[in-house]
Design a protein around this ligand. Structure first.
Ligand SMILES: O=C(O)CCC(=O)C(=O)O
Ligand SMILES: [Fe+2]
Length: 596
């Protein structure tokens, strides 16, 4: 056809990557409609003057735009119309990908996408928005596609996190039930949120959840075989940057799977956008089978690389958590420019508020800013003083560009860093924090004795007993001990299952009081006994036999001796610790009754 518009090969060559990125951004915008039925389709802005552009289009062309054939796009009318757009529409002739069928995603019709000038794309998409192509039925269908019926997002409680879990992808989204146990493993010691107020994250980190769920790095590398990397221990407060740590193909696959995963989670990704950081976070198990999990499979090479890099740092004391963090800074979401304010991943001074176990931070970028997009640099304030929270004392400020396959390592306690606001692109990275036990860990004397791993093998009842013991000799001021926290979590999960019928060590039904068996509360009270005498013991705890108890210093002494004894027994008996703890608690309760 003589008046057909032909594609300019030069334009194609230059615009290929940009077109793909633009398509991704456009699809992300439409995702808002999928996630929220209340959003009118035409409220998604595509261009500065959408109404006018749409009117202009409909003044010339009356065809239906829901499903288009190639020849419909190359007519003389279109050519004239597009010629008028020069100077009126920004980037009017930029190569842009158009979906032939509005009902389907880019992926669904990957082979058949049209390459059209930007102005043409805009007019067609604006018409689709305004003419019902993205109506309720379309949204429902897209939702169904994103979330197969067999894999609904559901709220689950595990011993570790309270999470939204997508069964098909085995990644876990944090942030649904922040009040109880959200542990997004991102404790921040020096963020804008204020030093006084401890975040859920910080609390989770302080309680050592990460430490209870990790393996020595050599073991991690054994479990996830991968060739040696160039990773080395970062020193002198400066980050180590290694390019090409992961090949482009692996990055592209991982990135696409991550974006699909986050898109599938929709608005449920994160309950509330936090002020100091704008990313969406999911936790991906580092180890285990890949089958049945597209996301985990796609992240396989990245997970192996991180585990290997952790081992290559060469510090035998380093531990690798069982989960890596997948973070999306979605610059295409709600016109936000998400970033992360200046912070350190661990307290710069040992013992300071917010301290956790992070020693080395590993960041693996799965993509970089596409041409024309900007932001998202990792800003590092090298040499900033430990008390400096905003980088004023930095000797050097380096902006490290995210790039597919780029691995960055830095000392978690030392490097003050930020993520610069991300422009119109979707930045995807996988992070892993290598942990190190804190000498004389104030959090958990029992952990020192049993080892953090023990918590994985103890059932709720055992943990509760250990918790009770830990409370007796644990350091109160810092909050719950490790096992106390673990016990609470397991017990509250159990609550739904067994409202009755779970027996405490002395054969009584657990009386659930604020989700925790009341005998634990008795022990708390017991522990809290001060020099002043007081009455204690919830009357209902022992039902008909309700009794009270007058606390005395000498009993406190007695308990302390008993606890020391238990500690000793645990130490020498190893795995039989549980029995001894049982005996100890039984004894405590017996004593208490006798006293009465
Ligand atoms: O993604 C990055 O570049 C850094 C993210 C970060 O600082 C964090 O998650 O703690
Ligand atoms: Fe960080």
């Amino acid at each position: 056809m003589s008046d057909a518009i032909t594609n300019d090969p030069e334009l194609e060559r230059k615009g290929c990557a940009a077109a793909a990125e633009y398509a991704q951004i456009h699809w992300a915008k439409l995702q808002r409609l999928v996630n929220d039925d209340a959003v009118p389709a035409e409220s998604i802005e595509l261009h500065g003057n959408d109404r006018r552009l749409y009117a202009c289009f409909r003044a010339s062309i009356s065809e239906d735009v829901a499903v288009l054939r190639a020849e419909q796009l190359k007519t003389r009318i279109w050519r004239d119309l597009l010629t008028c757009m020069d100077g009126r529409v920004k980037d009017h002739n930029f190569m842009t990908l158009l979906r032939p069928d509005a009902a389907l995603s880019y992926d669904d019709q990957r082979e058949n996408l049209f390459v059209v000038p930007r102005a043409q794309f805009l007019m067609i998409e604006l018409a689709r928005q305004r003419e019902g192509c993205y109506d309720g039925a379309w949204r429902a269908k897209r939702r169904a596609c994103a979330m197969p019926a067999s894999a609904p997002l559901r709220l689950t409680r595990t011993t570790r996190y309270s999470v939204l879990e997508c069964a098909a992808s085995t990644a876990r989204i944090v942030g649904v039930d922040a009040s109880s146990s959200a542990a997004d493993a991102s404790a921040t010691s020096a963020t804008a949120e204020g030093a006084e107020e401890e975040s859920d994250n910080a609390r989770a980190a302080r309680l050592g959840k990460q430490l209870a769920e990790c393996v020595p790095c050599a073991e991690a590398a054994r479990r996830l075989p991968c060739p040696r990397t160039a990773a080395r221990r970062p020193r002198d407060g400066a980050p180590v940057v290694i390019d090409g740590a992961l090949d482009q193909a692996a990055c592209a696959e991982a990135c696409a799977a991550a974006l699909a995963f986050f898109d599938g989670a929709g608005d449920r990704r994160i309950a509330e956008q936090q002020l100091h950081r704008g990313d969406d976070v999911a936790f991906v198990p580092l180890f285990g089978e890949d089958e049945g999990s597209p996301l985990r499979q796609a992240l396989g090479p990245a997970r192996r690389l991180l585990a290997r890099a952790a081992a290559d740092i060469g510090d035998a004391d380093l531990l690798v958590p069982e989960v890596a963090q997948l973070a999306l800074y979605d610059g295409c979401k709600r016109n936000l420019k998400p970033g992360y304010v200046a912070h350190r991943d661990n307290a710069s001074t040992p013992g300071a508020a917010g301290e956790n176990y992070r020693e080395v931070t590993l960041l693996l970028y799965l993509n970089g800013a596409p041409p024309g997009a900007s932001g998202g640099e990792l800003r590092s304030y090298v040499g900033a003083e430990p008390s400096d929270l905003d980088g004023a004392t930095a000797l050097r400020v380096d902006d490290i560009q995210p790039r597919a396959g780029r691995l960055v390592l830095f000392e978690s306690r030392t490097l003050l860093h930020a993520v610069r606001p991300v422009g119109l692109w979707r930045r995807v990275a996988l992070s892993l924090w290598c942990l190190k036990r804190i000498p004389n860990d104030r959090l958990s004397p029992l952990t020192d004795i049993l080892g953090a791993d023990a918590f994985q093998y103890l059932d709720a009842i055992s943990l509760a007993r250990l918790a009770a013991c830990a409370r007796v000799f644990g350091k109160k001021k810092d909050g719950r001990s490790l096992c106390d926290a673990a016990a609470r979590q397991q017990l509250s999960a159990l609550r739904e299952e067994f409202l009755t019928g779970v027996k405490s060590i002395d054969g009584m039904d657990w009386l659930l009081y604020r989700q925790i068996p009341s005998w634990i509360y008795c022990l708390y009270d017991w522990e809290e006994s001060s020099a002043a005498l007081g009455r204690w013991g919830p009357v209902d705890m022992f039902g008909d036999r309700g009794w009270t108890f007058r606390r005395k210093e000498k009993e406190r002494e007695k308990r302390k001796r008993a606890v020391d004894e238990i500690r000793h027994q645990i130490h020498i008996k190893g795995s039989r610790a549980q029995e001894y703890v049982d005996d100890f608690l039984a004894e405590l309760l017996r004593d208490a009754r006798e006293e009465d």
